[in-house]
Design a protein around this ligand. Structure first.
Ligand SMILES: Cc1cc2nc3c(=O)[nH]c(=O)nc-3n(C[C@H](O)[C@H](O)[C@H](O)COP(=O)(O)OP(=O)(O)OC[C@H]3O[C@@H](n4cnc5c(N)ncnc54)[C@H](O)[C@@H]3O)c2cc1C
Ligand code: FES
Ligand code: FES
Length: 465
């Protein structure tokens, strides 16, 4: 069995003496690459950010920043990684490092290598015009304050001719390789095709499936979960399909939120509204849509949006494929129809889209926070009447759910303030919200009703006629 090998800062490096759950951050630091720091170990601070070469949309390869604290090092087998040390040195600063230094973007310096890597990913983004500050949404700084960091980002020009990392984007990304790391009775497998993956799952029905590890990585780091057998599915080509046809959109379960956002190019406004509200750019670069549905969480952000889009899931196993409406998929708190040995292969939803859509996320912070309540709306209003309504809810029951009573209170009625006020009262009674540390049950109910009023205020009849 060969050791995984990762190209780190241009040098092929064997991954030895690691456990199956060892994170990329711990491995890098154990090798003396201590630029990347551990601030939180749960994807919240970005101090561990590093760059990974991934398939690009506009160029064959793109440099993508991810949280090294969440990604198991075995999952990067065969891949290329750049740390802050690989960007530049004290004698030869990278343009991003230079701007951070001269504009006072660093004081204690703990967060700086992470900021520098996130900033470098945006610096190398193909076709970049202005610097998109959302690229830094997953990086926290405790002492400098963000203005000098923004100044550094805004001062960046474009990569110079001959810049090695810019040149790297014009050739293909590293191919996915089959990984098998077996240590102390624990095994990490990364198959390269779906049949092999399904075979492994059939032989090991209790296997822990992982994709971006943005959810499972937190379990490993914070709750000490150790899975004896892990199957990584994020690079399976069969889980990375994407098509936008005449009557259907198909999104592979292994695509990340960032990839999907780029591929959709705003053609699904409901999802375009959701993406920026889903975690940070760093998390979205790792988090897959299959992983969001695979958790079975009642507070995931994609289910309310996908329920409103009338989505179905394609579940694959060695027995074949089956298509399950998302509305039937969730069976209880973190339980689903998915059987052992099955993978979510793709998400699909029908076209044409309803014209009145919105995604409302109510959370304590505007960005990078988990929902207290999330609502996806998709309404068809024709000649002043609602002829179809689909409303997906998250955070108000043990599962995501359709707001069926509210939908019934809207369909066939005029799209007027009176209808909406009556339906909002119905909506406030949907689900069985609970009190928890994020919000009280009564607040959640109030937010549901308020959400429909807000949708109407933004889409009055005169505006959509
Ligand atoms: C800091 C932080 C912020 C976050 N913010 C948000 C947020 O705003 N909104 C939100 O919804 N979530 C949020 N999350 C949760 C997480 O990022 C998402 O749920 C993400 O989509 C998980 O995808 P993943 O690929 O990383 O899943 P993983 O962690 O790899 O896997 C999660 C689960 O899904 C299963 N799974 C993965 N892929 C498949 C598949 N193809 N078929 C079957 N099962 C599969 C795995 O077995 C596992 O149980 C946040 C997480 C962190 C750490
Ligand atoms: S250490 Fe905080 S995001 Fe990784
Ligand atoms: S410079 Fe100290 S935390 Fe950012």
């Amino acid at each position: 069995m060969e050791s995984p090998t990762i190209t780190v800062n241009g040098e092929a490096t064997a991954v030895t003496d690691v456990a199956a759950h060892t994170t990329t951050l711990d491995w890098l630091r154990s090798r003396g690459l201590t630029g990347a720091k551990e601030g939180c170990a749960e994807g919240e601070c970005g101090a561990c950010s590093v760059l990974v070469a991934r398939p690009g949309a506009d160029t064959p390869t793109e440099w993508v920043a991810v949280n090294a604290c969440l990604v198991p090092v075995a999952a990067l087998d065969g891949q290329e990684l750049v740390t802050s040390e690989g960007l530049g040195s004290c004698d030869s600063l990278h343009p991003v490092q230079r701007e951070m230094a001269v504009r006072g973007g660093s004081q204690c310096g703990f967060c700086t290598p992470g900021f520098v890597c996130s900033m470098a990913a945006e610096y190398y983004r193909p076709g970049r015009d202005d610097f998109d500050l959302h690229a830094l949404s997953g990086n926290l700084c405790r002492c400098t304050g963000y203005r000098p960091i923004k100044d550094a980002a805004d001062a960046l020009g474009t990569p110079a001719d001959g810049d090695a990392l810019a040149a790297r984007t014009s050739s293909p990304p590293p191919a996915a390789v089959a990984t098998r790391l077996s240590v102390d009775g624990a095994e990490f497998r990364r198959p390269t095709d779906l049949t092999e993956a399904l075979g492994l799952l059939a032989e090991n029905p209790e296997a822990q499936v992982v994709a971006g590890c943005t959810d499972f990585g937190v379990e490993v780091n914070i709750r000490g979960v150790r899975a004896p057998y892990v199957v990584a599915v994020d690079r399976l080509p069969e889980l990375r399909e994407f098509s936008f046809g005449d009557d259907e959109v198909v999104i592979g379960a292994g695509l990340t939120l960032s990839e999907i956002e780029r591929m959709l190019e705003g053609r699904v406004p409901l999802l375009a509204e959701m993406f920026p509200q889903f975690a940070s750019r760093l998390i979205r670069n790792g988090a897959t849509i299959g992983g969001n549905l695979g958790t079975g969480s009642p507070i995931g952000d994609t289910p309310p949006a996908l329920l409103a889009l009338d989505a179905s899931l394609v579940l694959s196993s060695l027995r074949g494929d089956r298509v399950v409406p998302l509305a039937d998929y969730f069976t209880g708190y973190r339980t689903t129809l998915k059987e052992p040995g099955e993978l979510i292969r793709a998400v699909r939803f029908p076209l044409p889209l309803s014209p009145v859509t919105a995604f409302h996320k109510i959370a304590k912070r505007r960005f990078d926070d988990i929902s207290s309540v999330a609502v996806g709306f998709a309404l068809d209003v024709v000649d002043g009447s609602v002829i179809r309504a689909r409303i997906g809810l998250g955070g108000v029951a043990a599962t995501p759910l359709r707001a069926s009573a509210t939908e019934a209170a809207l369909v066939g009625r005029p799209w007027t303030e009176q209808t909406v006020r009556e339906a909002a009262a119905v909506m406030a009674g949907e689900g069985t919200p609970m009190d928890d540390h994020r919000a009280s049950a009564s607040y959640r109910s109030a937010m549901l009703g308020q959400s429909l009023l807000r949708l109407h205020a933004a889409n009055r009849q005169e505006a959509i006629a």
